[in-house]
Design a protein around this ligand. Structure first.
Ligand SMILES: [Zn+2]
Length: 1078
């Protein structure tokens, strides 16, 4: 034992025993900030990576020779018109204008021989405004945005021959967001803006340097935005700084070296489409889009060019980036493109066939959903889907509406009925009170119909495809418990032209990074929005229960849009009603009298009305120019409508009561589907009583003996009492101090309350003037006092008193309060008509009705139904609804009794406790400096009723908006003229809302889709009160078969039909469409 020796292996270590030199820990902030100065602008741009982005730049003579033709009078001529003119020489540095003018440039381009061999040549053109590059032979090739955005156009290979080539550039004197002065884009446009052509040059691009630029941008973002407790962040910082250290100005090898270092973080394929082929499961599905507002801070005429510019740019990018997919909604924009830019339309069509350009949305425009009627919403889908189907062979399956100011509770039902079971939006991320709690969820309609809804967690529809957008797609995703995937809608909107090459390159880096270091969610390209929703619906069908949201998606912002631009809203309501009348009467005439159904006129009218419902148009948030366009278009609609109605009156054998000396039978023209008995004025102090059911109602002379007269009396000085058999109205200085229901024996007005009180509020929202009214406006309430009231009319059939109210030195209101003789068994109401001269600035005019009713919820008519909203401010969600949207009526009822406020052209309302308040006029000064200035006429009414909210209110509101029209017939009409060939009997909650001809009937069709044999009548019926409703359609028409269809008129279920009777049952608030095949 002992004495043995073991050989100990000598540890060979290179670890030095002594410290060689001090090494410090990086100061993260400094190393982070250094990254931006490596590729950003500023004092180092001539010494950093930017200095190597180009390999040669030439401009001016002899490489680019410019000449220009200025289009006169703000016209927007076509290529052919423009190029017929003589062009005069011009050069970089020259100025062009004024705002909205167009200038056509001819560019004679000769590439110098040393640049001909370079990898990648571009024309860089920047005049700080929008432009379009045209080929010499007149094809629009690509849009230009200006101001440093999308200023490059890739020169074609054939330009490298050293010879002269010609292109044209069409310059539009407006920026992406129109022509606002200064930096505040919603201020009214400056008509005198001028634009300097700052850049027109041929650039040889250093492709590798450009790639490195994107590499370091994304790695830099990872270093800046990843959490500092992640190794991924530290690694990004390290890699980025190594790239900077390797850089050697002027040395191309250092660029190549930098790109190699970048691969450590981004992987090998981060600058090619291959990056998406890793096979790993992605979480974020990116889709290119370019939200083009159909009008907003520019008129429709400019939108047409924005569409052509943006979509041709995208066609180019789709050819350069195989993974790229681009989606665009709004049939109207496709139709404009088809009409004005057939070359671009053909390119788009070819790409739709390939699947890279993807139509979406299924609607005519991206419309407002608060204000249009139910039938208008139906037609948005009908006209939209028919356009997509007839032009591209397919309907859309997803309703795409990223930017609208709140979403009607009936949309899920109407989407489903229009073949769309999915919905994409994100606007609720703008809520300024409550945060909407879901990303992916089932959205449920009033009738129980649902669609799967996705709100992009990146909270934008014009993402810049930044690292942060991809990251937020996970960090802000609120429905991860059900499913983690999300959509990323990226691309510049409104003339920015959609995705840029930078966006596509950045997303490649993001994917490469996700597959190489992780932490960032994997982004995917190459699928469609439909593919994305297929995944969600697949998940739902295999057991995932998505969270539900019942009822409207109320937008907690932009509440002023229910009121701004009152004329536009009035025109919308009137044209919807006119179209309803025309379709109903033309349908019957075309079946009974061989009248040719005026399909083209009806289509033109509808398309105009639908266009004006665009989400910045009808809501009132566009510039003045847009409302001039609106007025013109509506005037055309009304002119066409009047002409058709005249034709239809002829078919009915009646004509206007205008010509003197014409003797005949007086009748009333009616288009509503129920029994009506109403007073119709006949000349001065005379009235008739129209009574019956059908399109013509017989008119008898008003006889006091049969209908007790209505009276007005000044009971005390300045105190008037208007009284009929049912109501006693006391008016003092224009306000109603008492409204006594004589049948119910109760006072309607709250004790001490002043009904019909006009009030004015200061209206200065935080920013978005035309859009917003903020909660604090309520604190500035001011009652307007009125002059003494006078008796204006005292006839046996109707009495009225008139009061003038001064708002300011320039503004006033003249209000008529009228009461008509009451008919037994028919609820009487108090009617107001106001003439307003409105010349205010940032004020809000409303009229109040404090009523003796108590309920924590009020009811508001919405499309095809009623929506209930709180009358209190319990929670921030309740409080947020301090101003809401209603259609023809709002109602506050308690058990057994209630009060409805009817209107003929208004949409803004509030009920706070027992105070009902109808919004009348606003006076925002941006973006239209003259919004709502001038003269207005409006009508509203107080309808008290016994019992709960019911068909009395619904029908009276219809009647109020559809006054009977007195006409005369030279001959005695036979009995059949007074009966309706289509009747709906049964529950009074059922409303026969639309009667029209089948779109594809062979005698109606305009040939866009296959014709259907024979004639058919389409009936749209809904339950208006929210209960199961049963009824019977009775018809004397020669009906062969009956189908229940969707709103696109696809037959879905055959319905039993016998002896002219069709029994129907509807779900609460169901919208049902029936096709009667004759
Ligand atoms: Zn928009």
């Amino acid at each position: 034992m002992g004495g043995e020796t073991f050989e100990v292996p000598k540890l060979k270590s290179s670890y030095p025993k002594l410290s060689d030199h001090p090494v410090g820990q990086w100061i993260p902030k400094i190393y982070k900030d250094r990254i931006a100065s490596f590729y950003g602008g500023g004092q180092y741009e001539s010494k950093n990576l930017r200095a190597m982005l180009t390999e040669g730049v030439v401009s001016g003579h002899p490489h680019i020779q410019l000449s220009v033709w200025d289009a006169p009078d703000l016209s927007r001529p076509t290529f052919k018109e423009a190029t017929r003119h003589e062009f005069k020489p011009t050069s970089v540095g020259d100025w062009f204008g004024p705002s909205w003018s167009t200038h056509w440039f001819k560019a004679q381009i000769t590439v110098p021989s040393d640049l001909c061999k370079k990898d990648h040549l571009e024309l860089h053109w920047d005049a700080n405004n929008e432009g379009m590059v045209w080929s010499e032979d007149g094809n629009p090739l690509q849009g230009l945005t200006g101001g440093g955005e999308r200023v490059e156009w890739i020169l074609p290979e054939k330009f490298r021959d050293g010879k002269e080539h010609i292109i044209y550039v069409e310059m539009a004197c407006n920026g992406m967001f129109g022509n606002a002065p200064g930096g505040d884009s919603i201020q009214p446009p400056d008509p005198n803006k001028y634009f300097q052509l700052g850049k027109a040059e041929i650039v040889a691009v250093n492709v590798e340097a450009r790639h490195l630029y994107i590499d370091i941008w994304e790695i830099g973002d990872a270093a800046r935005e990843f959490p500092t407790d992640s190794w991924e962040q530290h690694k990004a910082l390290k890699v980025a700084n190594q790239i900077i250290d390797a850089f050697d100005l002027g040395n191309q090898d250092s660029i190549i070296q930098g790109r190699k270092i970048a691969q450590e973080y981004l992987g090998k394929h981060a600058s090619s489409a291959k990056v998406y082929k890793s096979g790993n499961e992605p979480l974020v599905y990116a889709i290119g889009n370019c939200h083009i507002d159909t009008c907003w801070l520019w008129p429709w005429a400019e939108t047409k060019r924005k569409v052509a510019r943006s979509w041709s740019s995208q066609c180019n990018l789709l050819e350069q980036y195989p993974e790229h997919r681009f989606t665009a909604s709004q049939a109207q924009q496709y139709k404009w493109l088809k009409q004005d830019y057939p070359y671009v339309f053909d390119r788009v069509k070819e790409k739709i066939k390939k699947g890279t350009f993807q139509p979406i949305g299924g609607s005519w425009v991206e419309h407002d959903t608060n204000l249009p009627s139910g039938e208008s919403l139906v037609r948005q889908f009908l006209y939209g889907q028919r356009f997509f189907e007839s032009n591209f062979g397919e309907r859309c399956r997803t309703f795409w509406l990223p930017d609208t100011f709140g979403y009607s509770a009936q949309l899920p039902q109407l989407c489903q009925l229009a073949g769309m079971s999915r919905f994409f939006t994100q606007k609720l991320s703008w809520n300024n009170i409550n945060k909407f709690p879901h990303t992916t969820f089932n959205w449920v309609s009033l009738d129980g119909s649902q669609v799967v809804c996705h709100m992009a967690p990146s909270e934008t529809y014009t993402a810049e495809a930044n690292f942060g957008d991809v990251r937020r797609s996970v960090t802000q995703h609120k429905s991860m418990d059900q499913d983690p995937i999300s959509l990323l809608a990226f691309g510049k909107g409104d003339g920015g032209g959609g995705p840029t090459w930078e966006h596509l390159e950045k997303l490649r880096r993001c994917r490469g990074m996700a597959d190489t270091v992780g932490l960032l969610p994997r982004v995917h390209m190459g699928d469609s929005v439909e593919d994305f929703f297929d995944k969600l619906q697949q998940k739902a069908s295999t057991g995932t229960d998505f969270v539900t949201w019942y009822g409207e998606l109320y937008f907690e912002l932009h509440r002023g849009t229910y009121t701004t631009q009152a004329n536009s809203k009035r025109n919308n309501r009137k044209s919807e009603i006119m179209l309803r009348d025309i379709e109903l009467l033309a349908t019957l005439a075309s079946i009974k009298s061989g009248y040719k159904y005026p399909k083209k006129d009806i289509d033109d009218m509808w398309e105009a009305v639908l266009l004006c419902q665009f989400h910045d148009c009808l809501p009132g948030s566009s510039i003045e120019m847009c409302y001039d366009d609106n007025d013109e278009l509506y005037a055309e609609v009304f002119k066409t409508g009047e002409r058709i109605l005249k034709e239809l009156q002829n078919v009915l054998g009646v004509h206007d009561v205008s010509g003197p000396g014409v003797k005949g039978t007086l009748v009333a023209l009616n288009t509503l589907p129920w029994h009506r008995r109403e007073i119709v004025p006949i000349g001065d102090h005379q009235a008739g009583v129209a009574c019956g059911e059908g399109n013509l109602l017989s008119v008898k002379t008003f006889k006091v003996a049969e209908t007790p007269e209505v009276t007005v009396e000044e009971v005390r000085s300045g105190v008037f009492v208007l009284q009929n058999d049912q109501l006693r109205v006391q008016v003092e200085n224009g306000i109603i101090s008492s409204l006594y229901d004589r049948k119910a024996e109760r006072e309607v007005i709250a004790k001490g309350g002043k009904a019909n009180q006009l009030v004015v509020f200061d209206d200065k929202p935080l920013y978005w003037q035309a859009w917003d009214v903020e909660v604090y406006h309520l604190d500035s309430r001011k009652e307007l006092s009125s002059s003494a009231t006078k008796i204006a009319k005292s006839d046996a059939h109707q009495v009225s008193v008139m009061t003038e109210t001064k708002i300011s030195d320039k503004s006033w209101v003249k209000t008529y309060i009228s009461l008509s003789a009451a008919f037994k068994g028919q609820q009487s109401y108090v009617e107001m008509h106001s003439e307003v001269e409105w010349q205010e600035s940032m004020k809000f005019l409303k009229v109040e009705f404090p009523v003796d009713i108590r309920n924590t919820e009020a009811s508001y008519e919405t499309q095809f139904g009623i929506i209930r909203r709180p009358t209190h401010y319990n929670t921030s969600w309740d409080m947020a609804k301090f101003e809401v949207c209603c259609h023809k009526f709002a109602d506050l009822s308690e058990h057994g009794y209630g009060v409805s406020i009817l209107n003929d052209s208004k949409y803004g309302f509030a009920t706070c406790g027992n105070l009902m308040r109808l919004s009348l006029l606003r006076a925002p000064k941006a973006p239209d400096a003259h919004a709502d200035m001038g003269r207005h006429h409006m009508r509203w009414a107080i309808l008290p009723h016994q019992g709960d909210l019911g068909s009395t209110t619904v029908r009276t509101a219809f009647n109020f908006n559809n006054p009977l029209k007195l006409v005369q017939s030279p001959e005695t009409l036979d009995a059949s003229a007074f009966s309706n060939p289509i009747k709906l009997i049964g529950d009074s909650s059922l409303i026969l809302d639309t009667v029209k001809r089948g779109e594809d009937d062979e005698d109606v069709s305009r040939g866009e889709l296959p014709k259907r044999k024979g004639k058919s009548v389409i009936l749209r019926i809904y339950d208006s009160l929210g209960g199961k409703s049963r009824g019977t359609i009775q018809t004397t028409l020669d009906v062969k078969r009956v189908w229940k269809t969707n709103v696109l008129e696809d037959d879905e279920e055959e319905i039993k039909f016998a002896e002219g009777k069709i029994d129907i049952t509807l779900r609460p608030f169901e919208v049902a469409t029936f096709r009667l095949q004759l």
